[in-house]
Design a protein around this ligand. Structure first.
Ligand SMILES: Nc1ncnc2c1ncn2[C@@H]1O[C@H](COP(=O)(O)OP(=O)(O)O)[C@@H](O)[C@H]1O
Ligand SMILES: N[C@@H](CCOP(=O)(O)O)C(=O)O
Length: 324
């Protein structure tokens, strides 16, 4: 579930009244998501014909100092025709407001559902949408360092400790000890960089049939290697949930969709095997940390770190996977 903070009806109505969107009609907590609290908001609409929004309350994981970057990026991408929700600004022009010590943003609602078993046509569309974002963000004026880079993965995994990792799986510490130095020594420094989504999992993509109607949850977006974002999206889309089954058709379609909009250079393609190992390590590290540190009575479903250890092993065993 992802409503960590309860907001009373009066508080919500007063908040919505700060925006030019009509009066609050209903607010329903959204169960999906793990990081922030989200509500589906219905209002009477500016013209009385009704309107729908997502209200997001930023909980501890999002640094409020980054909100101008995240919310400004949504508006920039939407202006450029990407399937990304706009931020609704309040009557004073602010892109987010505060209730007590928590920041909240009202976001355009986009139609569509997250697919759990993508078809090749859907993967092709997702690849294309990712490339469209990479190109459209080229003239976005701001940058943001990736807080979830190699140094951060290393820190999280050190914090877990060999014993903590062994509690998850007896082989996990050895895998991490082997892969982390290899990634650190070989991580590319000269590939094209730009704004990346960095978390484009199926639950962050809304689709209707084969069309991408919404890319959401840009709260890890940052400046990094563009091909790393391709690798993250590949790791997220091309395997069964538990990471034990790789789907070559989805992989081929995702990459073809991306390249139909932004062809990869030879250097980018050559780096994909290593970047994919890095992408798998990134999600292994946060999932392992959460697995060990989330209290047993927390209201969040913990995600399995081994699903990304399995992907990591697969990428390490198939270095020719991305050969053109
Ligand atoms: N702009 C949007 N339009 C429609 N639904 C949305 C939108 N933003 C979020 N949602 C819904 O809210 C859920 C949680 O949002 P998300 O941003 O992924 O939360 P979290 O950051 O906690 O993971 C999504 O799975 C989706 O169902
Ligand atoms: N996609 C990550 C977790 C980040 O959660 P999100 O709900 O904010 O996308 C994972 O699967 O580990």
């Amino acid at each position: 579930m992802a409503v960590y903070t309860q907001l009373g009806a009066e508080t919500l109505a007063a908040l919505i009244a700060e925006f030019d969107v009509g009066a609050l009609v209903s607010a329903k907590g959204i169960a999906e998501g793990v990081s922030n609290s989200n509500w589906l908001i219905d209002t009477s609409g500016k013209d009385g014909n009704g309107a729908r929004f997502i209200l997001t309350m930023f909980e501890g994981r999002t640094d409020v100092g980054d909100l101008p970057f995240f919310l400004g990026l949504l508006d920039h991408l939407a202006d450029k025709g990407c399937p990304v929700p706009r931020t609704i600004h309040d009557r004073a022009g602010a892109s987010f407001r505060w209730i007590d010590d928590k920041a909240l943003a009202l976001i355009e609602f986009l139609p569509g559902v997250s697919v759990s078993e993508p078809t090749a046509a859907q993967a092709y569309a997702v690849g294309g949408a990712l490339a469209q974002v990479h190109l459209a963000a080229q003239d976005f004026g701001s940058t943001r360092a990736n807080g979830m880079d190699l140094t951060a993965w290393k820190g999280l995994l050190e914090d877990c400790g060999a014993q903590g990792l062994a509690q998850i799986n007896p082989d996990l510490a050895a895998l991490v000890a082997e892969e982390l130095p290899l990634l650190a020594q070989n991580w590319p420094t000269d590939l094209p960089r730009g704004i990346v989504h960095a978390d484009l999992f199926p639950d962050n993509v809304l689709m209707l049939d084969d069309k991408v109607t919404g890319l959401i949850d840009f709260y890890f977006a940052c400046t990094d290697i563009l091909a790393y974002d391709v690798a993250v999206t590949h790791a997220a889309w091309c395997f069964s949930n538990d990471g034990t089954r790789f789907d070559a058709d989805i992989s081929q379609a995702l990459l073809a969709g991306y390249e139909a909009v932004r062809p990869l250079s030879e250097a980018e393609r050559a780096a994909l095997p290593l970047l994919a190992r890095g992408a798998a390590m990134r999600f292994l590290s946060t999932r392992a940390y959460d697995w060990i540190n989330t209290p047993a009575d927390a209201l969040v479903v913990k995600k399995d770190p081994m699903a990304f250890a399995n992907r990591l092993r697969f990428y390490a065993a198939h270095p020719a996977l991305f050969a053109a």
